[in-house]
Ligand binder design. Structure first.
Ligand SMILES: NC(=O)c1ccc[n+]([C@@H]2O[C@H](COP(=O)([O-])OP(=O)(O)OC[C@H]3O[C@@H](n4cnc5c(N)ncnc54)[C@H](O)[C@@H]3O)[C@@H](O)[C@H]2O)c1
Length: 385
């Protein structure tokens, strides 16, 4: 099968690499020649490094690279079996790409969007054949992150969903099925990892380096929330938070923070701009965390209770199955445990009590426990994994 990729930025180039490594011929299109050239030279450099590290022989690497061709004409995509769009996150631009593609590709070609935050239903509206379009959401960097969320819209045919799942699995990826709702699974469930950490920092409950230390050393997360936000970039992370919040009709559970907004406004995006929550200048002093075990445990318990609540709500609202939600968080954002399995381990009543105490103290709907969590506790049950 020939795979088409539209948009040769960070995601498009990464997904092209994944598909070519799986043995496909891949066509990559971008409106900017410079983006195509950048992707082409980037892939060469990546494979030079992979050859150096002996992951591939030179011959294998060349074979993979030669399977990818960079095109400036969409007409060449007529024989693709799947075309995946990874252009800028703008609804009108994406709609326009797909209506152009509909005129170019065969009837049995699957159309996929890598959108992180737009509705798949809105992207496929007005297409002649919306039943063949779905969300196929890779994580960054696509060649390294195992998870892909598969998101059928209201109009996607179940046969297309199944066929796409099989195809992406054959690329050695782990797929989960997610409902077409804001943030799908990962970007929805992960919100409190960032927002509750910022809230504790804003209140002076703990410093950011202490929160990062606790989440890594006690919680077992690979990175602390502040380090991770600085790595992702506040421009990206803040926009995702704000988009998810507004798309949920301003539910306080997803409310963004002024602190992060100010960083974004000031252009202090994180590592890429030299300063975010932390200062990345060469001689900048690294702040020292307060390694108090009791405080650390309180920090982890609080963030974890909110994460579990979000995961429970995603089950309650049929965004994904218990298994898929746990898989998504371990494979998409490297959480040390599936949140629902973790909740079962801690004890659902303990998690519920933590949420109720927070809700009582703050009087804020942000902490309202998920009805499913309350029901499971009342029935003396656990999440079924
Ligand atoms: N970067 C991430 O972490 C990440 C993760 C998952 C999903 N996504 C999603 O993937 C998509 C791409 O993100 P990215 O980070 O690769 O962006 P990017 O800015 O690195 O690349 C986008 C590319 O699309 C090209 N482009 C813009 N309009 C086009 C058009 N009409 N036709 C063809 N090419 C066009 C641009 O020239 C650019 O090269 C977005 O929808 C984003 O939300 C991003």
């Amino acid at each position: 099968m020939i795979i088409g990729i539209i948009g040769s930025g960070a995601m498009g180039a990464g997904i092209a690499q994944v598909a070519a490594q799986a043995g496909h011929h891949v066509l990559v299109y971008d409106t900017q020649d410079v983006a195509l050239l950048r992707a082409q030279s980037g892939l060469k450099k990546i494979f030079d490094r992979l050859v150096e590290k002996q992951k591939f022989t030179r011959a294998q690497a060349d074979e993979i690279i030669n399977r990818i061709s960079f095109e400036d004409n969409l007409k060449k995509f007529s024989n693709c079996g799947l075309v995946l769009e990874a252009i800028i996150e703008k609804l009108e631009a994406k709609k326009s790409v797909f209506s152009t593609l509909e005129e170019v590709v065969n009837n049995d070609c699957i159309l996929a969007t890598n959108t992180s935050s737009l509705s798949v239903a809105a992207i496929s509206a007005n297409l002649k054949h919306p039943e063949r379009l779905l969300g196929v959401h890779f994580f960054n960097p696509a060649p390294l992150m195992p998870l892909v969320e598969i998101i059928p819209s209201l109009q996607t045919s179940s046969a297309i969903t199944k066929q796409t799942e099989e195809l992406i699995k054959s690329w050695k990826k782990v797929t989960v099925l997610a409902k077409d709702t804001p943030g799908f699974i990962v970007n929805r469930v992960a919100r409190p990892f960032y927002s509750e950490a910022i809230k504790m920092y804003e209140e002076g409950f703990a410093s950011m380096e202490t929160i990062d230390w606790a989440m890594k050393n006690i919680g077992g997360f690979r990175m602390g929330p502040f380090e991770l936000m600085d790595l992702i970039g506040h421009d990206v992370n803040y926009v995702v938070t704000e988009t998810v919040w507004s798309q949920f009709y301003y539910d306080p559970r997803f409310k963004p923070s002024i602190t992060q907004k100010r960083l974004t406004e000031a252009g202090l995006y994180g590592r890429k701009s030299g300063r975010g929550f932390y200062n990345y200048a060469e001689k900048a002093e690294k702040p020292t965390p307060n390694e108090d075990a009791k405080l650390g445990q309180e920090i982890v318990d609080r963030i974890l209770a909110l994460l579990i609540n979000e995961a429970a709500d995603a089950v309650f609202l049929n965004i994904g199955s218990c298994q898929d939600i746990d898989l998504a968080m371990t494979k998409g954002v490297n959480y040390p445990n599936g949140l629902l399995a973790w909740a079962n381990q801690i004890g659902l009543e303990i998690v519920l009590n933590r949420l109720q105490k927070l809700q009582e103290f703050y009087g804020d709907d942000r902490y309202r426990p998920c009805p499913l969590l309350r029901k499971l506790v009342a029935d003396n049950q656990v999440f079924k994994l």
